[in-house]
Design a protein around this ligand. Structure first.
Ligand code: ADP
Ligand code: MG
Length: 232
């Protein structure tokens, strides 16, 4: 069946669906997880407990997919605005700090001036929090994440360095491939989303990594055109 929908209409349907999934599915997942937790505290045959644990793991996986893919999905996704990057980064760091603390990871954010790029705040949040989550997950015994922002010509450079487990050249090459994950409960969707968002903002992303030493992501985003804004 040929659907006579414009691209923008399709995009709108997809983003509304994304928002619905993220908001409406998260609740039942949380409630079901809670009930399973209560039930597993009862004395039960080992085989039943095993089945309940498997059900719990599947729920965690579903939750991870939502987190990597749809956390910040909002109905109005096609509405890029001026993004004050330092301001946004501060919000994202605040949001992710409890997760970092759980793993004894220290976050350092540094910049010398406010830079402005064009993009959708929700997508930018999704992108950066996916990168920071991966960095935290790469440091099971603690470590540190440095986030630096600087201007280079008409571009903003955002550099995220972690002291984590790093990647092999092969892993580095497969980064962003859908469903590529080295984690037991990984989704392999996080980096695919990151690459897609940076591309949609007209930027570039590059990673270097050394096994056992750490990883650096360098993101290049075009600065918002200042001339346009100076028109009275
Ligand atoms: P997931 O986190 O669910 O595994 P992602 O798409 O977010 O999926 O990441 C894919 C894979 O890339 C990870 O499983 C991991 O092997 C690798 N990776 C991403 N970021 C880092 C990092 N900062 N340090 C080490 N490995 C990383
Ligand atoms: Mg991830």
């Amino acid at each position: 069946i040929e659907m006579n929908l414009h691209k923008s209409e399709k995009a709108k349907i997809v983003s509304e669906l994304a928002a619905a999934v993220s908001h409406e599915i998260r609740n039942p997942l949380t409630v079901t997880k809670g009930f399973l937790q209560i039930v597993t505290r009862q004395p039960l045959p080992e085989i039943t407990l095993e089945h309940l644990r498997m059900a719990q793991e599947e729920l965690i996986h579903a939750e991870n997919v939502i987190n990597d893919y749809l956390t910040f999905a909002k109905p109005a996704l096609d509405n890029p605005t001026s993004l004050h990057v330092a301001l946004e980064m501060n919000k994202i760091v605040k949001f992710i700090t409890p997760y970092a603390n759980m793993q004894s990871v220290q976050l350092n954010l540094s910049y010398d001036k406010e830079l402005i790029v064009t993009g959708e705040p929700q997508k930018f949040h999704q992108c950066i929090s996916n990168l920071l989550k991966n960095a935290i997950e790469a440091m099971p015994n603690g470590g540190k994440i440095d986030i630096k922002m600087a201007q280079a010509d008409s571009k903003m450079m955002l550099i995220i360095t972690d002291t984590g487990i790093g990647m092999t050249p092969n892993e580095l090459q497969r980064l962003g491939e859908p469903y590529f994950s080295t984690k037991e409960k990984g989704t392999g969707l996080g980096m695919m989303v990151v690459f897609g968002i940076i591309r949609s903002m007209g930027g570039r992303i590059h990673a270097t990594s050394e096994k056992g030493k750490g990883t650096t992501f360098t993101i290049e985003l075009p600065l918002e055109n200042q001339q346009k804004k100076n028109i009275p």
